[in-house]
Design a protein around this ligand. Sequence first.
Ligand code: BDE
Length: 159
Amino acid sequence: MDQPVMTELTTVDIQKLLDFLPHRYPFLLVDRIIDCNADESCIGIKNVTINEPQFQGHFPGKPIMPGVLLVEGMAQTAGALCVQASKSKRPRIVYFMTIDKVKFRKPVVPGDRVEFHMKKLNRRRNMWWYRGEAKVDGQVVCEAELGAMMVADGQDDDE
Ligand code: BDE
């Protein structure tokens, strides 16, 4: 029998998220991150509620989560993951550069708990690529591949 592999899956609660991400109301689109596995993978959680500004207009009388905001939630989840995983204490900023292979599978509505499953595809120097699947009740509602550049926030050189 193999020895059990020791893995430590960590949670980022909302207080820590507010440290890792610069986004604020109405544009912080993740409530919690669970199952962080170093910089490899994690799951962002967003609880969708009718009390969100986008539902005023998308659409009047027919609230549907805009698909681009699901992609933004993926980007924020992956951004928090690579900021948290970078061991350096120097502040970092993540710029998303590419979005590929996006598919919107099912509408997301108030009451849904969206999970942003993010998995690292590749990393080269300061570029990171992630594959994301947004799921509600275990069903994929949106998928995408994201590329981001992480740079020092300030005068410091990267790395
Ligand atoms: C399906 C797959 C992925 N994303 C969204 C859908 C979807 O069903 N969108 N529906 C939009 C919609 C908008 C209005 Br205004 C409306 O009256 C209805 Br009846 C809709 O289904």
